[in-house]
Ligand binder design. Structure first.
Ligand SMILES: Cc1ncc(COP(=O)(O)O)c(C=O)c1O
Length: 457
């Protein structure tokens, strides 16, 4: 397609590279414009309304037009629009945010280190894991284990952590020393007759075998998301984290929990770590930390890690790490206000209540011929699309089933994420009952459309 000179599409194609996009297709498909947001909806440049049932990228927890946060950002910009936290400098918004995070941490945490994105938070967590092991005289503990299909970000190190083959291909990733173990996808990868607990035990044994074959003295840390967001909303089977944690403890391996998606009530408790009884040594958080209104992320470390950092920085003369914008006062002030709002609206209870409504709204999808698995915890749901419900057979990649359902939903005014054969829902916490019912109805309409298309071929 050729676009009218100077049209928005032509200007976009001439100037912008879009992440996670087929760049060649984009030259003909052109951009989908997002003009404005209100509540849980976004509007395109023709004024069409879409409910965004995945909060943008799992992040816009308070919707897409957050005026209260805008006011805070404006006031903070007038007061102090920028200052850093290097070399003993500090400011009130960073301190208050750190205090608030420590107060709600799922386990006792000692200190908070700020960055600007989830990728950076995980990248920094890797550096801290290495720094810690060097500090305690175990420099050979360097290898990191994460899970196939996990997603931890796009920087060189966080993409290495991620277990998504497309994010490694031709980027020369993963880096050496990044190992991947099984992802806990019971519906797809359990054996016939295997219970959830048995499946969890098997995965823990396989993790242990990997650790032993690599040499436990070389394994520094294990990284995991409580619920795997970008893998398609994959909820862990019973007993999974208990069994994994007992292997990690046995071999003195740190557990870094990536709460970038799961934090602030998403799984029905304040943290996914609470939902699954995880005891992180290090916790990373971003996205809903500021309701996605401004970029900010944080790494919380326990006292064991902090004490080692103290000694190491003294030995070396400085904790030689930092980002210009880390702990930016405007982002920090907005995050503080976000946490205040969460307290006021009782975000955990709200997510639980809205989660129940979402579960009812998605109930009819369970019977749909295209739907194999519906898994949900709190206000986060993942659905696996299959071509045969009885055998759980998947469509071939040429069908592009996830993308087709996403496109059909969009024609019905519904946006949700699609990843391969799975689609996921994680709407803003502030969504109301009628909007959740609309998600269910529009999704079924989309499934019906795709089912009709497939049958007609
Ligand atoms: C679990 C998880 N960790 C980390 C990231 C990376 O965050 P960011 O895109 O802010 O770098 C994401 C992004 O989707 C994520 O889902």
């Amino acid at each position: 397609m050729t676009y009218r000179a100077n049209s928005i599409a032509a200007r976009d194609i001439a100037s912008v590279i879009h992440p996670q996009t087929n760049l060649q297709q984009h030259r003909t498909a052109g951009p989908e414009m997002t003009q404005r947001g209100e509540g849980v909806c976004i509007y395109d440049d023709d004024g069409r309304e879409y409910i965004d049932a995945t909060s943008g990228l799992w992040c816009a927890s308070l919707g897409f037009s957050t005026k209260r946060l805008a006011k805070v950002a404006y006031d903070q910009m007038c007061e102090l629009s920028y200052y850093h936290l290097y070399r003993h400098r500090s400011h009130e918004p960073a301190i208050e945010l750190a205090e608030r995070l420590l107060a709600i941490a799922p386990v006792p945490m000692s200190k908070v280190l700020f960055q600007c994105s989830g990728s950076e938070a995980n990248d920094v967590a890797i550096k801290l894991v290495w720094y810690y092991h060097n500090a305690i005289g175990k420099p050979e503990k360097r290898k990191i284990i994460s899970r196939h299909m996990g997603y931890h970000g796009s920087t060189v190190a966080s993409a290495s952590l991620s277990g998504k083959p497309d994010m490694h291909a031709d980027f020369n990733l993963p880096l050496d020393g990044f190992l991947h173990t099984d992802w806990p996808h019971f519906y797809r990868h359990s054996e016939p007759g295997e219970s959830e607990i048995e499946y969890s035990s098997r995965l823990a044994q396989r993790l242990e075998s990997l650790i032993i074959s690599e040499g436990p003295e070389t394994i520094a840390a294990f990284f995991a998301e409580p619920v795997m967001g970008a893998a398609g909303g994959v909820v862990p089977p019973d007993g999974y984290f208990e069994k994994i944690q007992s292997v990690l403890r046995k071999y003195d391996i740190l557990f870094v929990v990536d709460e970038v998606v799961c934090g602030y009530g998403r799984t029905g408790r304040m943290w996914g770590s609470e939902t699954y009884n995880i005891q992180p040594d290090i916790l990373t958080t971003a996205k809903a930390l500021s309701a996605a209104a401004l970029p900010i992320s944080a790494v919380m470390v326990n006292d064991k890690i902090y004490q080692a950092m103290l000694d190491e920085s003294d030995k070396l003369g400085s904790f030689a790490h930092g980002f210009t914008y880390a702990g930016h006062p405007v982002s920090a002030a907005v995050a503080v206000e976000t946490l205040k709002i969460y307290e006021e609206i009782n975000v955990v209870k709200l997510a639980q209540e809205n989660g129940e409504i979402l579960s009812q709204a998605l109930m009819p999808a369970k019977d749909h011929p295209l739907v194999g698995d519906v898994s949900q915890v709190g206000l986060l749901a993942g659905i696996e699309l299959v071509c045969d419900k009885a055998t759980r057979k998947l469509f071939g990649p040429e069908v592009g089933i996830g993308a087709r359902v996403v496109a059909a939903s969009q024609r019905h005014g519904l946006i949700h994420r699609g990843m391969g054969d799975r689609v996921a829902f994680a709407p803003p916490f502030i969504i109301n009952e009628a909007e959740i019912q609309s998600i269910g109805k529009r999704f079924i309409q989309a499934l019906d459309d795709v089912w009709a298309e497939i049958r007609s071929h």
